[in-house]
Design a binder for this molecule. Structure first.
Ligand code: H2B
Length: 98
């Protein structure tokens, strides 16, 4: 297992999430809801984020309603949150223009 995939402890998670705008921890996962200008922008974000998820071999749980995209990130292989979740969350913020 790569260091990035190791399960982080609560202190490590709290420190890292404090530096990640818009994200919070809920039920052992990173959570953010993005709100875009319209449905097409939301779907465009999903498409761009999907390419990075595949590149990172790390895949989100997410849902879309109209212009909203709700994202939950955790590392299923370790049953918690790892640096991979923060890497993907950071990339999503970049893609969303944050
Ligand atoms: N995505 C997420 N979110 N968690 C994982 O543990 C995970 C994944 N594992 N994508 C990857 C794929 C693993 O199954 C493959 C074999 O690398």
């Amino acid at each position: 297992m790569s260091p990035k995939q190791q399960r982080m402890n609560d202190d490590e998670i709290a420190t890292a999430v404090a530096e990640l705008p818009g994200w919070q921890v809920l039920d052992g996962k990173l959570l953010r809801e993005y709100v875009f200008a319209n449905f097409v922008e939301a779907i465009g974000f999903i498409a761009r984020a999907a390419i990075w998820a595949e590149k990172f071999d790390h895949h989100p749980e997410w849902s879309n309603v109209y212009k909203r995209v709700r994202v939950e990130l955790s590392t299923h292989d370790v049953g918690g949150i790892s640096r991979l979740d923060f890497q993907l969350a950071q990339k999503m913020n970049e893609l969303a223009g944050d």
